[in-house]
Ligand binder design. Structure first.
Ligand code: F6R
Length: 366
């Protein structure tokens, strides 16, 4: 059942080229710039005129929501707010009829996410679901939705569900941009062509496994980790830190790289591993300065960079090179080595990676 892998988590990490493809199947044909998602078309007018999109989710699904915030605002120019479902539902949120609420959930059973969408529904918002489990409670409670089609996820730590969520949300962002006329045809086509190449680039990123394993050996006894990223990679930093805490029980914090100087920089010394996602994108130069700040305090930098980078290898102690892609699609690639890092560190520490202590696959309690 684990397909030859020692753990479900590793199997699911390696399934991603396939699961991402499954999430796109029948929905994206770059050659003729064709995007198909009937549930979006069905509510085309609501989406076209949406005043605001509110995303509600928990945990890793909330991180996928953050990626979507950057993407929808950039491509479709609709204001987006991303909310922890548990906070949203208890604070008398302002919801208007022109609002669209997107609920993201792998299991489709998360109690807080379900309650948040019920609340929004009672106030007249259109509710759209992005779920993995077909027929789940959240999927049934929504007005419309798109399944992620990642297949069953058994490992408690979410991996392929995250990349499938980001994939579906990317397609939604592209459709909204097309419908609202906020993207040029040639730019859209280019983005779609890049998207079609993601599965093979993820395949390539998975070849980093042995390299990541070596780095994991070196840092397996660390007691703390910091993860930094900016822009589209900020949610990836949060996700990398969450993966590590969940399965290895190492304390880890994810931060937007520029926030470091407002506090967390005080934590940096020669014992602090700092994972910096520093791919070539619009915030690259800024992230390079952040790496220098960490180095100046003797922090141990593990940098995720774009293939061919010649600058960061001279500054970071360890460098992991990932294939380049469109800036908006980078999270689908940059998250892969972080999943592998948490997996290997947890295994080396003798942890139960598929069933970490105190965690359940579906959180059906508040
Ligand atoms: C992280 C993880 C949790 C879930 C969260 C939401 O690896 O598994 O943080 O992401 O409990 O679950 P779903 O997506 O099922 O609503």
């Amino acid at each position: 059942e684990k397909g030859g892998y020692p753990h479900f988590m590793l199997k699911e990490i390696f399934e991603q080229p396939r699961s991402i493809l499954d999430s796109m199947r029948g929905r994206l044909v770059a050659e003729n710039t064709q995007l198909t998602m009937s549930s979006i078309r069905e509510y085309a007018n609501r989406f076209k005129n949406a005043e605001r999109i509110i995303i509600v989710a928990c945990g890793t699904s909330w991180h996928a929501g953050l990626v979507a915030e950057y993407m929808i605002e950039e491509l479709a120019r609709i204001p987006v707010e991303v909310e922890y479902a548990s906070e949203f539902r208890y604070r008398n949120p302002i919801i208007r009829e022109g609002d669209i609420v997107i609920a993201i959930s792998q299991s489709g059973e998360t109690a807080d996410t379900l309650a948040a969408l019920e609340l929004a529904k009672s106030k007249g918002a259109l509710i759209f679901g992005v779920c993995n489990v077909v027929g789940s409670s959240i999927a049934r409670a929504t007005d419309a939705g798109a399944y992620t089609h990642a297949g069953p996820e058994i490992g408690v730590a979410s991996t392929k569900a995250f990349t499938a969520q980001v994939t579906v949300l990317t397609l939604i962002s592209m459709m909204l941009a097309e419908m609202r006329g906020t993207i040029e045809a040639s730019a859209l086509r280019q983005l779609m062509m890049e998207m079609e190449q993601i599965p093979s680039k993820v395949e390539k990123a998975l070849e980093l496994d042995a390299e990541v394993q070596v780095i994991s050996e070196i840092f397996k006894d660390a007691t703390n980790f910091i993860y930094l990223g900016r822009g589209f990679n900020f949610p990836v930093a949060l996700e990398g830190a969450l993966k590590l805490k969940e399965i290895s029980y190492i304390h880890a914090e994810g931060y937007p790289a520029a926030e470091m100087k407002h506090g967390p920089i005080a934590l940096i010394d020669e014992n602090m591993p700092v994972v910096v996602i520093a791919t070539k994108d619009s915030s690259y130069e800024k992230v390079v300065s952040n790496i220098q700040e960490v180095r100046a305090r003797k922090g141990r930098v593990i940098a995720i960079v774009t293939e061919g980078d010649t600058v960061i290898p001279q500054m970071a102690e360890f460098v992991i090179e990932v294939p380049s892609t469109h800036e908006a699609l980078v999270p689908l690639i940059s998250v892969i080595p972080l999943q592998l890092l948490s997996y290997h560190i947890a295994v080396l520490r003798g942890c139960n990676v598929d069933q970490p202590r105190n965690l359940a696959k579906s959180v059906t309690v508040e």
